[in-house]
Unconditional design. Structure first.
Length: 144
């Protein structure tokens, strides 16, 4: 199967149905460009406690974080690109600090998480992920 057939954005933290639908449409445009082979992708906007719990469990870091990525794998339906978990309260705080909208912050975090699902790692590469992320932000986010 080629082309993304399923993109899911779960709003477990009260972002809002209309706002979530707008982000899901944006993901529907972005994901096929970045991962043409993907059949599915999901993201979840969650409470800080949920993200902190996953961060402790998976990374051994008992602290809040903004975004966690869970790369996917091949399934009978096709390639599942992965899952991204975002702390909505942390995103809200970061948006306020950066002086931009929460929607923009969520797009930045979703893009960052997707790149991790594509096996990019800013902690071990030599700036490739950061450079790509900046380029993609200018095309997919900056002109919003």
């Amino acid at each position: 199967m080629t082309g993304v057939s399923e993109i899911v954005l779960q709003d477990a933290a009260g972002y809002g149905a209309r706002e979530s639908a707008r982000l899901e449409r944006w993901l529907g445009e972005l994901v096929p460009v970045l991962a043409a082979d993907a059949a599915s992708f999901s993201a979840r906007l969650a409470a800080e406690e949920e993200v902190r719990s996953w961060n402790a469990r998976l990374r051994g870091v008992d602290a809040a974080t903004d975004v966690l990525s869970f790369p996917g794998e091949a399934t009978p339906e096709g390639l599942h690109l992965g899952d991204v978990l975002i702390s909505l309260p942390t995103a809200r705080s970061q948006a306020e600090t950066q002086g931009h909208s929460l929607e923009r912050e969520l797009k930045e975090l979703l893009l960052h998480g997707i790149l991790h699902c594509l096996d990019f790692d800013h902690e071990t590469d030599e700036g490739e992920m950061e450079a790509l992320e900046l380029e993609l932000r200018s095309r997919w986010i900056e002109n919003d």
